[in-house]
Ligand binder design. Sequence first.
Ligand code: FMN
Length: 172
Amino acid sequence: MDLFEVMRTRRSIRKYKSQMVDDELIKKIFQMVRHAPSAHNAQPWKFVVVRDEEKKRKIAQYCNNQKFIHEAPVVVVACGLPDESQANIGNWISAFVVDVSIATTYLMLAAWSFGLGTCWIGNFNEDKIKEVLGLGDDVRIVAITPLGYPDESPEPTGRKNLSEIMAFEGFD
Ligand SMILES: Cc1cc2nc3c(=O)[nH]c(=O)nc-3n(C[C@H](O)[C@H](O)[C@H](O)COP(=O)(O)O)c2cc1C
C-alpha cells in the first residue's frame, strides 16, 4: 500500500483475531515511530507494549470497560515524558501531548500498512493504568491503542467536506 492508500483505508478496529503479533513486526512498526517529528526533536515519548493477559484485562477495565481492548493480542500505552519536552507550543499547548499524538498516529498508520489494526483510546483512567504498569509521576499517559490483526472490516466513517475543513487565506 502506498501512503495515500494507508491513510485513506485505515479504520478504527474494535474486533481482533487472537493471532499474536510477532515481536519483529512490532519492532518494525516502532522503527517507523522513531521518524515522527517532535518539538525541538525532543522525542518525549515511551510506548509500553503489553501482551500479558491480566494486565490487558485491567487496562480494558480502566478504559471504561471497553472489552475489545483486552481481546486484542497487544495493547500499546503511549506515554509522554514532560521533563524531556519543550514546555509549550504557541504559549498554551503542552508540547509532549502533541508530540506523543503525532508519534501514535505514525504507529497507527505503520501498523495498518502491515495489515494490523489499532483504535485510539482516549477514555481511560490514567492513575489506575499507571498503577497496573508501575509507571512513575514523571510519566503521563496520552493515548492507548489495541494492536492486532483485524477481525472486522468497518465501513468508512463519515468525514466533513473539504470546504468545511479548509479555507484559503482565512476563515470564510
Ligand atoms: C482522541 C481520540 C479518542 C478516542 N477515544 C476512543 C475510545 O475511547 N474508544 C473508541 O472505541 N474509539 C475512540 N476513538 C476512535 C474514534 O471514535 C474514531 O477515530 C472516529 O470515530 C473515526 O473513525 P475511524 O478511526 O475508523 O476513521 C478515539 C479517537 C481519538 C482521536
